[in-house]
Ligand binder design. Structure first.
Ligand SMILES: Nc1ncnc2c1ncn2[C@@H]1O[C@H](COP(=O)(O)OP(=O)(O)OP(=O)(O)O)[C@@H](O)[C@H]1O
Length: 596
């Protein structure tokens, strides 16, 4: 192994902190990261594209002159700002105009210490990749490039996208691998994000497993993928044995994008002082009714202790928000907050969602999956719609809580756990225990403390604070200004029974802002139910057996009857909004198994 890479590996091992290799697209970024303590600088033509506002993949567009671009980046930006850090340059190995040995010697004279295969044909997929390979512009050139660099005494770093590539580079003894964990997305939904992280960790583990059995393990860095902030990397290092990260956009484009857009958005949602609203610090969870203050006080107390908590309340009252506030205010706040909607998972799959499974554990388990408990280790796990757990799943959950360890489905070894569990439900668990539908031993384990969030109609004092907050947020999102709520509309809202609670209120305000003409919203499209809790909206929502019986046709009919309002439709069917969405999703994907 090249001494440069050996030193990096040794320092990482001794200090316990990851190797950070940064592909900088400008001298300024290079200077900042050197000053901040990065270990290695990469000069890849991708950086130049990023500094022009494009993703790294754009570096393949100008495949033809990639080497000239990299040289320009090196000369003008990276080498003058390297501050003594080792520099690794990308070389496009398939460039027919270069003599590889001469190119490497030239880079060495420039002061470059190592070489990597960038841009790489690995990013090109399907027929085009095949054509490249057939025409002699394929991966073999990249393998030969790194073999030649090794002979010239340069450190070698191989960008790899799959197991096959790893094996080919390992055969020529490269010093380090830069394992691509997928494309770096601009943004994605939160739920999506958790899945992508999980998938990516599995992919990386599989790539690393391909190195098992090598005489000495090369340095392994991770590049790309869904990792977009430090917390994501913390998850990566907790769950995968890698030595560090190599990053471009994650150090450069994503933070700038996030900070700039967040800053502008946050400024837009700032509120001027309203003397009527107490607790100006608690922006996320708003309210001023006595019931709300009681709730917040209890949350603050409960958060400090490690007790398990049950949160009860109708759909849309803010159970998930309350759970996340408990987590944020707790000593676990720097650790993961993971949620699982027990009602949205087909019962047969619930155990593997909670506990994970090994590859081949059952038909269809074509890869290992990390369960929610493991993901939440050292943090908090919110089990939403807990009343929907099947009796078998209740037993399994109880076992995990008692033994404080989890065994992945199909595995032998238990994994020790330290997880705080918060359970949310829109039914009374105590009643379910009495009816024999929920295990009492599990109930007592879960409910050291039970929080009950009252429905919005019982704390109408909160209505105006919430409505004006949603109005400001909607105005900022839609780019509208001067929005206000007419007095009649306010009165109508106060007469409504809010079966979908705060979520419904949010929707009513957004809909009015979008559909109505003037800046003063009159509630033209809002139909209060006069505070009568109709048979449709009364009672608690989900019931395991009931939700199983609700068909997709029932859902479409209820949505139509509710004028498109899914919260109201869910309440009318007595299922939670999340279960309704899950059923809609399942129907869209053609899943025939009932989602309960
Ligand atoms: N006190 C509050 N202040 C501001 N926003 C709130 C408050 N309570 C709830 N919300 C908002 O209302 C919406 C619904 O809240 P949340 O998802 O936490 O409800 P829930 O009780 O978990 O619903 P479900 O039973 O359907 O899972 C969210 O957009 C949340 O941010």
């Amino acid at each position: 192994m090249h001494s440069l890479v050996r030193d990096l590996a040794r320092t990482a091992k001794q200090s316990g902190s990851p190797v950070l290799a940064v592909s900088a697209g400008s001298g300024q970024i290079a200077e900042y990261v050197v000053e901040a303590g990065a270990d290695l600088l990469f000069a890849l033509n991708a950086g130049l594209y990023r500094s022009l506002g494009h993703g790294s993949l754009a570096s393949l567009l100008a495949y033809g002159n990639a080497n000239e671009q990299t040289e320009e980046l090196l000369r003008r930006h990276i080498l003058p700002n390297a501050g003594g850090l080792p520099v690794v340059a990308g070389v496009m190995a398939s460039d027919p105009t270069i003599d590889v040995d001469a190119r490497l010697a030239h880079l060495r004279r420039m002061g470059v210490h190592g070489v990597t295969n960038w841009p790489t044909v690995g990013f090109i997929d399907g027929k085009i990749r095949e054509a490249f390979e057939e025409e002699g512009y394929g991966l073999s050139n990249e393998v030969e490039l790194l073999a030649a660099a090794r002979k010239q005494g340069m450190a070698t770093f191989a960008f790899v996208l799959n197991v096959e590539d790893i094996r080919r580079f390992a055969a020529v003894g490269v010093d380090a691998f830069i394992i691509n964990a997928g494309l770096t997305p601009l943004q994605f939904a939160i739920g999506d994000r958790r899945d992508r992280l999980q998938d990516s960790l599995i992919h990386i583990n599989r790539m690393i497993a391909a190195l098992d059995g090598a005489a000495s393990r090369p340095l392994c860095l991770v590049y790309g993928g869904p990792f977009t902030d430090v917390e994501d990397f913390a998850t990566l290092f907790r769950q995968v044995k890698v030595d560090g990260i190599a990053g471009g956009s994650v150090f450069e484009r994503l933070p700038v994008q996030a900070i700039t857009s967040n800053f502008v958005r946050r400024c837009k949602t700032l509120r001027l002082v309203d003397p009527d609203v107490e607790e100006p610090g608690r922006r996320e969870m708003l309210g001023r009714s006595p019931a709300f203050h009681d709730l917040v006080r209890t949350i603050e107390r409960v958060a400090r202790f490690d007790a398990n908590v049950v949160i009860e309340g109708e759909t849309g009252v803010g159970k998930e928000l309350a759970a996340s506030l408990i987590h944020e205010l707790s000593p676990r706040s720097k650790q993961p907050f993971i949620t699982l909607n027990c009602g949205a998972i087909p019962s047969g799959l619930l155990e593997s969602e909670l506990f994970g499974h090994e590859r081949g554990a059952f038909t269809g388990a074509d890869r290992r999956r990390i369960g929610k408990f493991e993901l939440a280790n050292r943090g908090t796990l919110l089990l939403d719609e807990i009343a929907d757990l099947s009796p078998a799943a209740q037993v399994a959950l109880l076992r995990v809580l008692q033994q404080r360890e989890v065994v992945r489905v199909g595995a032998d070894n238990p994994i020790p756990l330290n997880v705080r569990v918060i359970a949310a439900t829109n039914r009374s668990l105590a009643e379910l225990v009495e009816e024999g539908k929920f295990r009492s031993d599990l109930y007592y384990r879960l409910s050291t403390v039970t929080l009950n969030i009252p429905p919005l109609r019982e704390r109408l004092d909160d209505l105006s604070v919430l409505a004006s907050d949603f109005l400001q947020k909607t105005a900022a999102e839609l780019g509208l200004s001067g929005l206000a709520i007419d007095e009649r509309f306010e009165e109508d809202m106060a007469r409504h029974s809010w079966p979908g609670n705060i979520r419904e209120l949010r929707q009513v305000i957004s809909r009015a802002a979008i559909l109505e003409d003037g800046p003063v919203l009159r509630g033209t499209y809002f139909q209060p139910d006069g505070g009568r809790r109709t048979a449709m909206s009364a009672g608690h929502a989900s019931d395991n057996a009931l939700s199983r019986r609700v068909t997709i046709e029932d859902i479409h009919r209820a949505i139509a009857l509710a004028g498109g309002n899914k919260s109201v439709a869910a309440a009318s069917l007595k299922i939670s909004r999340k279960t309704l969405y899950a059923k809609l999703d399942a129907a869209r994907q053609g899943v025939t198994e009932p989602v309960d």
